[in-house]
Design a protein around this ligand. Sequence first.
Ligand SMILES: Nc1ncnc2c1ncn2[C@@H]1O[C@H](COP(=O)(O)OP(=O)(O)OP(=O)(O)O)[C@@H](O)[C@H]1O
Ligand SMILES: [Mg+2]
Length: 252
Amino acid sequence: MFRLDKKTKKNRAEPAMDDDTVVLVEKSVSPYLVLFHEPTGYRAEQMRGLRNKLIAMNPDDAAKTLVITSAQKSDGKTTTAINLAMAFAERERTPVILVDADMRAPSVERNLQTNRSTGLSEVLLGSAQLEQAIHPSGVRNLDILGAGSPLAVPSEILTSHRIEELYHRLKERYQYVIVDTPAVKPVTDASVLSSCADGTILVIRMLHSTKGQSKDAIRTLRELGANILGTFVTAVRGEKMETYGPSNWDGD
Ligand SMILES: Nc1ncnc2c1ncn2[C@@H]1O[C@H](COP(=O)(O)OP(=O)(O)OP(=O)(O)O)[C@@H](O)[C@H]1O
Ligand SMILES: [Mg+2]
């Protein structure tokens, strides 16, 4: 994921990693990955605040699947999913996996500068084993299941049965399964992925997402049985999470 760059080492803050893990990052990695670039900064703290809130809603610390979605393209879903996965992985003894379930336009691995040909699409198609498709991110506690080969119509393989089985198997190995998805509209991928998950966070981007689109997305997700835990507002000074509706992962 992150390549050692001795020249820039002295200019960079180091994230929480094993001593023997390759460390630093190239400038081209998205500057919005604040858990990496500014681990002691305000925005990283906001992300830890979201993580802590989600942990507080899960007092038994049971393994959970969490979908990150939004009403439309470019709201900041992938950035939020990566940052949140890194925030969970900072905890001791907390194995985390980040799944790129945007098989139409995958971008998790592009953001992390890894490029694997085998990923979720191969696992769901049955041409690869789950274990083969998962790889370490370079960050302690954090593994990646990339999207694999892009698919024009992933909805054909995104059946509830397959997704439930995938989530079940991942929860046997990981404490938190963070799932990056496409936008809720116009395709159904995010709805299927959300309805099978323990919780869903809706990302809202300041000056980009409209109230109508976000409300519409929430309605669509709820109708299909998603447990919406809250919203996360991006691209605003002082990012914050607001919760509403179900107040815990069990949807009570
Ligand atoms: N907090 C932020 N402030 C400004 N720009 C941001 C922020 N977070 C992400 N971006 C930028 O906005 C763009 C979209 O971000 P991202 O890929 O995370 O959105 P997305 O919702 O996953 O998009 P898509 O729907 O295409 O999957 C990227 O270029 C990213 O670098
Ligand atoms: Mg994305």
